[in-house]
Design a protein around this ligand. Structure first.
Ligand code: FAD
Length: 485
């Protein structure tokens, strides 16, 4: 049977664009449908704008540090409008780059929503139907609000990038990396940040000691972090609520205030208005904005997936094998929609492995082992491999760990601490996990990740000469295990 295309990709985000482009460069006839903006979550409402906001927020601490080093410098006002205008220009530029990457590789783009009609046919919202020998679903995910009355009053991460102005106060619900990163960003930009997380510690799944230091640093930076606390009720902040609750003891303790929040978001209606919140600990407060960072679900709704036989998992994800193939042989899925490891470089890897498997005659399973990653809190967390808690469940380990005040901020009289930690197998001597909490830990872990991926032993680390004076030299100078487990 003759098909219109060799490959039809649904979704123009990190994974989809890479797969489409590489397959087309290899000679395949490829088309791609994107219903929103090219570049997807990472470029338009994830990694890129977030990292630029991290950079913006970090300047807040520059003047006090500079003063300690002898500079006459003071902190002026932060101009959100100026920043967000420039941010949007940059995102427009990047979207153009993504569109051109596709065009220059010979990929035909459809600005349309796509759904499956059968194992080889895609229906587009433009009314067209096209056929393809292979279909790749790379539709990503979306942020979810909790199932509770008035949850629509809360913002999600997508909204943050569209704020017309910054709220004076915000309540962030959640303890994952997105919640913690935005707590740091907004705090740095001068917003009064309160964060509720129902669990006992933020950043579940990461190394406990690293989590502890980050939570402590967040509090030191002024974030009002409440663990074991969740949102119980929320409602528009009526005059009633403001009058009865603003300025109460609990308000003061929680550091929240009702500012002039109206009109935070363009066209959002109630979502840009102040919100009254009752917490599980009984505290009642009014915040200019509530931000739910309570998880993301795969984009699989209304795509005709089950009808054509694609298996959907418990969280709405597309179930795939190690080659990213679904239960329908002609249909593959990569990236966040498969809910494996929801990170941009992983979606890209999965896209490349798909092309190798299907178009290059090299069946390539995706390697999800030892993926380095970073959390852009202040300080950052860089991590690769197992946490101490995971590793000691599997085998006897030695734990090498040091925490200290780094030279740069110690000189400025700041209390900031950093942490360097290695988890080492007693038997094989391999470094099973490396965890760094420090400024630029994301940059450091990329390099440490190579050694860990290569299977470096503790003795390999020891043989490496230190770079002095740096923070990261500690990673090769820790001689005695702090404990065995
Ligand atoms: P996406 O990039 O989400 O792309 C999917 C695309 O499909 C979207 O453009 C969507 O509009 C389109 N689409 C959906 N349904 C259809 C349809 N039916 N028809 C046509 N088009 C459709 N990862 C990191 O590695 N580092 C980070 O620092 C980081 N920070 C993040 C911060 C935030 C706030 C968020 C939300 C995510 C972050 N991520 C980060 C995760 C990263 O953005 C994702 O893992 C990555 O974008 C997944 O790529 P993808 O190709 O699977 O999907």
């Amino acid at each position: 049977m003759a098909f219109d295309y060799d490959l039809f990709v649904i979704g123009g985000g990190s994974g989809g664009v890479r797969a489409a482009r590489v397959a087309a460069q290899g000679g395949a006839k490829v088309a791609l449908a994107e219903e929103d903006r090219y570049g997807g979550t990472c470029v338009i409402r994830g990694c890129v704008p977030k990292k630029l906001m991290v950079f913006a927020s970090e300047f807040a601490s520059t003047p006090t540090e500079a003063q300690a080093y002898g500079w006459d410098m003071s902190l002026g006002d932060f101009d959100w409008q100026k920043f967000s205008g420039k941010l949007n220009e940059e995102l427009d530029r990047l979207e153009g780059v993504y569109r051109n990457l596709l065009k220059n590789s010979g990929v035909e783009s459809f600005d349309a929503r796509a759904r499956l009609k059968d194992a080889h046919t895609v229906e587009l919202s433009t009314g067209e139907s096209v056929t393809a020998k292979h279909i790749l679903i790379a539709t990503g995910g979306h942020p979810v609000r909790p199932d509770m009355p008035n949850a629509h009053l809360g913002m999600v991460s997508d909204d943050i990038f569209h704020l017309k102005k910054l709220p004076k106060s915000v309540l962030i619900i959640g303890g994952g990396y997105i919640a913690c990163e935005f707590a740091g960003i907004l705090n740095g930009l001068g917003v009064e940040v309160t964060q509720y997380y129902r669990g006992a510690q933020i950043l579940r799944g990461f190394d406990d000691e690293a989590r502890g230091l980050i939570a402590e640093s967040m509090r030191e930076n002024g974030i009002n972090l409440h663990l074991g606390t969740n949102i119980l009720e929320m409602a528009p902040a009526s005059a009633d609520h403001s009058a009865s609750h603003a300025g109460t003891a609990s308000d003061a303790a929680m550091g929240a205030s009702a500012g002039d929040a109206a009109d935070l978001l363009p066209g959002a209606g109630a979502r840009g208005e102040p919100v009254w919140v009752k917490a599980t600990n009984g505290a009642e407060n009014v915040f200019d904005a509530v931000f739910f960072a309570t998880g993301r679900d795969p984009n699989t709704a209304d795509m005709g997936l089950e009808e054509v036989g694609v298996e959907i998992g418990r969280r709405g994800e597309i179930v795939v094998d190690e080659y990213s193939q679904t239960a329908v042989p002609s249909i593959y899925a990569i990236g966040d929609v498969t809910n494996r490891v929801a990170l941009t470089p992983v979606a890209i890897r999965e896209g490349m492995a798909f092309v190798d498997t299907v178009f290059n005659g090299t069946p390539t399973p995706v390697d999800h082992d030892l993926i380095p990653s970073a959390v852009f809190t202040q300080p950052e967390l860089g991590t690769v491999g197992m946490s101490e808690e995971e590793a000691r469940e599997q085998e006897p380990v030695e734990v090498y760990c040091t925490s200290f005040r780094p030279m740069r901020t110690a000189f400025a009289g700041k209390p900031d601490r950093v942490l360097f930690k290695l988890i080492v197998s007693e038997k094989t001597r391999k470094v099973l996990g490396c965890h760094i909490v420090a400024p630029s830990a994301g940059e450091m872990i990329q390099l440490a990740g190579i050694a860990v991926k290569m299977g470096a032993t503790k003795e390999d680390f020891d043989r490496t000469v230190a770079v002095h004076p740096t923070m990261s030299e500690e990673i090769v100078t820790m001689k005695t295990p702090m404990r065995t487990a």
